[in-house]
Design a protein around this ligand. Structure first.
Ligand code: ADP
Ligand code: MG
Ligand code: MG
Length: 480
């Protein structure tokens, strides 16, 4: 695309884009050098972005959007099956997953103190068009049930692209804004937080964002805080798990959670999804405190566990999805979005697939029970690890068919530099789900909706697309 655009014009777009980014908070904190740490210097940079939207098939885009409600129901139904979660994950040889399972057991034994829950999920998809025997399709990469990030920055890249297209008459170059979807992901997610807060229904209570120390993606988080205040007049405070352990209390009789004089309506996790967030027992005990309280959790420990990759693999096994989804259309849509997923657990390792993967490692990805990017094993390493890991080590991984799409050329801006790259993208679909299980005779679903989109693009030779992890950049789709 952009055949008619001169180098000069591209540079002009770049300058406009960078100014817009800094002026509108499309920014993040740069990882400091040692020297900067010593001098206490904080550097802010623009979020890496594509200069114009990337073309996407409208039917496949809509297919992904339309899966939001199906996945919400799936997550919720699985989360209610205590035994399924415990039994499926009991043999995953991974301390982190086992700790989460322990909390799940403990809070269920004591009795769940809050029957309402908030889910802010993001299901991620890649285009698979390398198989010439079938039409291009989308497959799910993974489902994030905790700390689904980038919604604020994603809303901004859509605004930036709309601005650049309009301002520079790019509609004449085939970039018709009618084919550029709106994306209100930041507002949708804040609406979810606000609705949950209102359901908690206590004057003077506040939302608590549970954060990492030294968060680099701060403006993405702050954006939610500001909308929550501006639009709903709800306050949001930020605390780490360590601070929660030190200063929060759960009331003995009504189980309300308070910290520093604030009662917490909603505990919204933007940390706690990786072992790095629990350097000691202190953080685990902070997590347990929150889980035992009557604050509305986003996510509950059960919703968190449903997002574990082992669960994704087991749901793809014949006969399992049926247990959780009875609606035929919904079942078919979900099933269609699964690519090949295989167990590497001691109990049911699929030796045939392992042989195939050793012979053709480029067709597979090995994935541990981790979040946040940069943890998977690719290419020759797949063959190497499959042959050298012990059965116990393998049990903490799953194996997945690699989703492969054809690359396209695009222009991107990273660290103020204009680059032309061969690119691939990954489409994320946010969804909000609120349930209330206090009365079993009533419908438990309070809110079940799509909550906007995220498009991340990466160079085709990079394995991953994580923006915070430094691999990817933000983009938006133009539909055809
Ligand atoms: P995380 O929870 O760490 O984000 P993901 O499952 O999203 O884990 O994997 C990280 C990245 O690895 C993805 O964004 C994608 O770029 C790549 N990836 C993961 N699974 C596949 C797959 N089956 N095929 C191709 N790439 C994949
Ligand atoms: Mg993830
Ligand atoms: Mg991911």
């Amino acid at each position: 695309m952009f055949k008619n655009i001169s180098k000069e014009k591209l540079n002009e777009l770049k300058e406009q884009g960078i100014d817009w980014a800094f002026g509108n908070g499309f920014t993040m904190i740069k990882r400091p050098t040692e020297e900067e740490v010593k001098k206490d210097i904080v550097t802010i940079t623009h979020v890496p972005f594509s200069l114009y939207p990337s073309a996407m098939n409208k039917k496949l885009f809509e297919e992904a959007v339309n899966l939001s409600q199906d996945y919400n129901i799936l997550v919720h139904n699985v989360s209610k099956d205590f035994d399924f979660l415990q039994n499926t994950l009991k043999d995953v040889q991974d301390d982190f997953t086992q700790k989460l399972l322990e909390i799940h057991r403990q809070v269920n034994k004591e009795g769940i103190k809050q029957k309402k829950s908030l889910g802010v999920f993001r299901s991620d998809y890649m285009l698979h068009d390398s198989d010439k025997t079938q039409e291009p399709r989308i497959y799910q990469v993974e489902l994030n049930t905790i700390s689904s990030s980038l919604a604020v920055l994603s809303t901004k890249i859509f605004e930036l692209h709309k601005h650049l297209i309009g301002r520079n008459d790019l509609n004449k170059e085939g970039y018709n804004l009618e084919n550029h979807p709106d994306n209100k992901s930041s507002y949708e997610i804040v609406e979810g937080l606000a609705t949950a807060h209102q359901l908690y229904n206590k004057a003077d209570s506040v939302v608590m964002m549970i954060i990492q120390d030294g968060e680099k993606n701060i403006f993405d988080q702050k954006g939610l805080e500001w909308i929550l205040w501006d639009k709903y007049k709800i306050k949001l405070i930020r605390r780490t798990l360590k601070e929660i352990n030190e200063r929060a209390v759960v009331n003995n009789s009504d189980f309300t959670l308070s910290i520093d004089g604030y009662e917490i309506s909603v505990s919204y996790y933007r940390s706690g999804y990786t072992p790095n967030d629990y350097p000691s027992e202190v953080e685990w005990s902070g997590r347990l405190l929150v889980e035992r309280s009557s604050s509305i959790k986003c996510p509950t420990i059960a919703h968190h566990l449903v997002g574990v990759k082992k669960i994704q693999q087991v749901l793809a096994k014949p006969g399992v999805l049926e247990k959780f989804i009875t609606n035929k259309e919904s079942f078919d849509r979900l099933k269609r979005s699964f690519t090949g997923l295989y167990s590497l657990s001691k109990e049911d390792i699929d030796q045939e697939v392992v042989k195939k993967a050793i012979a053709n490692p480029n067709l597979y990805v090995m994935k541990p029970q981790r979040e946040g990017g940069g943890n998977n094993i690719y290419n020759e390493d797949v063959a190497k690890e499959l042959q050298s890991m012990t059965p116990d080590q393998l049990s903490s991984y799953i194996l997945m068919d690699k989703i492969v799409s054809t690359s396209f050329k695009t222009h991107v801006v990273r660290d103020r530099q204009l680059l032309e790259i061969d690119a691939l993208y990954e489409l994320g679909i946010y969804s909000v789900f609120i349930s209330d299980e206090s009365d079993n005779s009533k419908d438990q679903v309070v809110v079940n909706k799509n909550a906007g989109i995220l498009l991340r693009t990466k160079t085709s030779h990079s394995n991953e697309v994580g923006v915070a992890a430094g691999f990817g950049l933000l983009d938006s789709p133009i539909l055809y």
